[in-house]
Design a protein around this ligand. Structure first.
Ligand SMILES: NC(=O)CCC(=O)C(=O)O
Length: 273
C-alpha cells in the first residue's frame, strides 16, 4: 500500500490561534487539490511558544482544535496528523497531538512526554502519560513531538508494538539543525520505519526555526527534504518497504531486551554502592 503524505511546514503567528487557523485552512485547501492521503502540521501550530499567555490562549480540553480539524478532514477527505496544540486540562496544560481520519473520527491523541527545558516547557506544561500509537488505513503509526526524538527508548516502545510510520511534529530551532537531521535518520534506520517529520519555518521572539521537514524511508534514505522556507513537502511512501527492510535485517527478532533490563539494573546497583 502507498500513502501520499504532505507536511505543511508553516510559519506560525506567535500567540494567535485565530490567525493560525486561517493560515492552516487556506494551506489545507491548496494542498488538498493534490489529493494527499495524510496532511501533517507542526508542533503548537495554534499558539506557537507563547507560553506565558497559555492561560488566555490554550485550548480548553482541545475542543476548539478538534472541531476545527475534524471539519477540515471531512471536507477534504484527508487524514490529518494535526501537529499539536496547547490543551488546557484540570491538571494543567499539555502539548497535545490529535490525529483525525478522513471520516472526521479522532483516532489518536498524544501528549508530549519529554518536556524541553531549554524552551521553558517544564515551567508551563505538564508531560503526557500515554504512547502515541494510532492506526490509519490499517497501518499502525506512532506520533511523537519534537524533543521526544532524543529518546530512542521511547520511540522503540512504539516500533516494538509494530508501528511502521513515525510522525514527528516539531518546532525545532535552526542552531540544532544537524541534530534534527541526524536523529531523524537514526530513528528511521534503527526502527526500520518511515519517519515523517514536520517542522515549522520562520521565527518567534526567542528562536529562528530550522524548517527542513523530512520524509525518510526505513532504510534511512531521505525521500524528501524541505528548505528553511515555508512550504508543503510531499512524497509517496510505500509500506511494503517496511516489511522488506525488516525481513532483510531482522532486528526485532534479534533484540535481547532481558539483557538490557538486567544490565541497567545491575549498573544502577553498582553505582549505588
Ligand atoms: N520544541 C522542542 O521540543 C525543541 C527540541 C529541540 O530543539 C532539541 O534540540 O531537542
Amino acid at each position: 500500500m502507498t500513502l501520499k503524505i504532505a507536511c505543511l511546514q508553516l510559519d506560525i503567528v506567535f500567540g494567535s490561534p485565530h490567525e493560525n487557523e486561517q493560515v492552516v485552512e487556506r494551506e489545507i485547501e491548496k494542498i488538498a487539490k493534490e489529493r494527499p492521503d495524510v496532511i501533517v502540521l507542526p508542533e503548537l501550530w495554534t499558539t506557537g511558544y507563547d507560553l506565558t499567555r497559555l492561560d488566555e490562549i490554550a485550548d480548553e480540553n482541545g475542543e476548539r482544535a478538534k472541531t476545527f480539524i475534524t471539519k477540515l478532514a471531512k471536507s477534504y477527505r484527508v487524514h490529518l496528523v494535526a501537529g499539536s496544540v496547547a490543551k488546557k486540562t484540570a491538571k494543567g496544560v499539555t502539548n497535545t497531538m490529535y490525529v483525525v481520519d478522513r471520516n472526521g473520527t479522532v483516532v489518536g491523541e498524544y501528549s508530549k512526554l519529554h518536556l524541553f527545558q531549554l524552551m521553558d516547557e517544564h515551567l508551563y506544561l505538564q508531560p503526557g502519560e500515554d504512547t502515541g500509537l494510532f492506526t490509519l488505513e490499517n497501518t499502525l503509526c506512532a506520533g511523537v513531538i519534537c524533543y521526544d526524538i532524543r529518546f530512542p527508548e521511547w520511540i522503540r516502545v512504539h516500533a516494538v508494538q509494530g508501528a511502521e510510520v513515525l510522525f514527528v511534529v516539531a518546532q525545532w530551532p535552526l542552531p540544532r539543525l544537524a541534530h534534527w537531521r541526524t536523529l531523524l535518520a537514526a530513528r528511521a534506520i534503527e526502527n526500520q520505519c518511515y519517519v515523517v517529520a514536520c517542522n515549522r519555518a520562520g521565527s518567534d521572539p526567542n528562536n529562528v526555526f530550522a524548517g527542513h521537514s523530512m520524509i525518510i524511508d526505513p532504510w534511512g534514505e531521505i525521500i524528501a527534504e524541505a528548505s528553511e522556507e515555508p512550504c508543503a513537502l510531499t512524497a509517496q511512501i510505500d509500506l511494503q518497504k517496511v516489511q522488506e527492510v525488516r525481513a532483510r535485517i531482522p532486528i526485532f527478532a534479534d533484540r535481547r531486551p532481558e539483557y538490557y533490563q538486567a544490565a541497567e539494573k545491575n549498573f544502577t546497583k553498582s553505582i549505588d554502592k
